[in-house]
Design a protein. Structure first.
Length: 499
């Protein structure tokens, strides 16, 4: 909504022949009168404070919208599309701009579905619609009814856009297209049954392949109902694959508008998804449609399509005829040469030839016998050398020699084991004797043998001091040989150094 300090918006720029120059500053009532009066009136006298009318924002915008929609119900606006935003609901929002300004445009879903092209940023278009105001934002906008591109025609633009989109999806990829059956038995033809197209196709088929059957599905080949009619034929043939081996969509030439029905996206996707191969023969050689690019094969004309389909059969018939002619010529030439040879033959010549043939064969037999003798001798010599070599190898591998060698290795190993065992036993016996001497030197029994004794108390503990026993207690003495039991009669703490 415009700021209160700025000049109010006027409709002068939208009226034919009016200047778009903004009026001078005026009061709110003056501004309202400018919006409602077809012609600007001189500003009235300043109203009294008690007569001042105060507008709410919603009521003022609603009043302006009603006035705008009443006076601008059908306008044509030309400009460049920018900020194009298709909504999930199907509506299309865009801005129409030129060097001097910009205008928001809304194209509702019903009108958007009728467009033959897809709006895009940077595209120059001519839009027809009505002016309205979007009350929630107080924004002037053009509610579009129709839209057509400027420069290129809408049909051509729609064709190029659909072609680019389907090509990006891979529907025109040659690897996706299938080969036609070489020898079809029946062709499903989708065309008008009353046009010249079907007569041309029948004429070509009768001339080139009279045994080929044609099954015609009547379809509308021009107008808004054509895509659905052709699509029904494709679906019927795919539901009944036993009736036809391939499908031929045929139509005569026409203008771009006449062939526009074959630029339908749904029909193109149905052709691409057909189980049966499809041949497209639409228009003349210079005419191209989306159906031509999606089909498995594009023929320049319906007659050319019939020739392409019957080409294999026609070539075979031509080939058979050519081979038959060559065979007849070869037979006649062979018979002529045979008659000439037979006329030149005589009995002596025949006998001489037979004799020469027998002699050559005898010579060949002698040569083969000599080669056989040489080969046999050579083979026997090779076999004898092979036998001698194997005999020598067998003698070298005699088990007696191998056993003798094994016995010798066993004897040597036994000697090494016995020597190693004797050395180990002597070494361990020496270590045992040395350990025995050291053990005897450290043994307490050696000390006892020198006259010492070990004194144990009654409980078996070893006595190391006189304080650990008392007179009258029994003790036990361990000698070098045997033990003694005694009773302590007295204890003395003094030590006898001489003892």
């Amino acid at each position: 909504m415009p700021d209160r300090d700025r000049n109010p918006p006027t409709l002068a720029s939208l009226r034919a022949g009016r200047s778009s120059r903004p009026p001078r500053a005026a009061s709110e009532e003056d501004q309202a009168s400018l919006l409602f009066d077809p012609e600007p009136a001189p500003p009235p006298a300043a109203p009294k404070p008690s007569e001042r009318r105060v507008w709410t924002v919603a009521s003022l915008v609603a009043s302006i919208r009603q006035q705008v929609e009443t006076t601008h119900t059908d306008v044509w606006v030309e400009g460049e599309i920018s900020n194009c935003r298709p909504a999930p609901s199907g509506h299309i929002y865009l801005t129409l701009k030129d060097a001097g300004g910009q205008l928001p445009v809304v194209l509702f879903r019903r009108q958007a579905q009728l467009l033959r092209f897809r709006p895009a940023d940077g595209l120059a278009v001519l839009v027809r619609g009505r002016i309205s105001i979007y009350e929630s934002r107080g924004q002037l906008q053009l509610v579009a009814e129709t839209m057509e591109p400027r420069g290129a025609g809408s049909l051509q633009l729609a064709f190029e856009q659909l072609k680019a989109r389907l090509a990006a999806e891979g529907l025109f990829d040659p690897a996706r297209k299938r080969l036609l059956p070489a020898f079809p038995q029946c062709i499903g033809v989708i065309t008008s049954p009353t046009g010249a197209v079907i007569r041309d196709i029948v004429s070509v088929v009768r001339r080139r392949h009279a045994r080929l059957n044609l099954l015609v599905y009547p379809a509308v080949m021009q107008g808004a109902s054509s895509p659905s009619s052709v699509a029904s034929g494709i679906r019927w043939f795919n539901r009944n694959p036993g009736h036809a081996d391939l499908i031929l969509i045929a139509r005569g030439g026409g203008s771009l508008e006449d062939l526009a029905c074959f630029n339908h996206e749904g029909l193109a996707r149905l052709i691409a998804g057909s189980e049966l191969p499809i041949v497209s023969a639409i228009g003349h050689e210079t005419d191209f449609t989306i159906a031509d690019f999606v089909a498995d094969l594009r023929a320049p004309t319906p007659s050319a399509a019939a020739e392409i389909i019957t080409a294999a059969q026609y070539r075979i018939e031509e080939r058979v005829e050519s081979l038959s002619l060559r065979v007849r010529r070869a037979i006649r030439l062979h018979l002529l040469e045979s008659r000439q040879r037979y006329a030149r033959l005589s009995a002596p010549a025949v006998l001489q030839r037979l004799s020469d043939s027998i002699n050559r064969r005898g010579q060949r037999v002698d040569e083969l016998a000599l080669r056989l003798d040489r080969s046999s001798a050579r083979l026997l010599r090779l076999r004898a050398e092979r036998l001698r070599s194997l005999t020598e190898r067998l003698q070298r591998q005699d088990i007696k020699h191998r056993l003798a060698a094994s016995h010798r290795r066993l004897d040597r190993a036994t000697d090494r084991i016995e020597r190693a065992a004797a050395t180990s036993v002597a070494h361990r016996r020496s270590r045992l004797q040395s350990a025995t001497v050291r053990l005897q030197a450290l043994s307490p029994l050696s000390v006892l043998a020198r006259g010492y004794a070990l004194i144990y108390a009654e409980d078996g503990s070893l006595l190391r001091s006189h304080a650990e026993t008392a007179p009258g207690q029994p003790i036990r003495a361990r000698l070098a040989s045997g033990t003694l039991s005694a009773t302590v009669t007295a204890t003395d703490s003094t030590e006898n150094s001489s003892s």
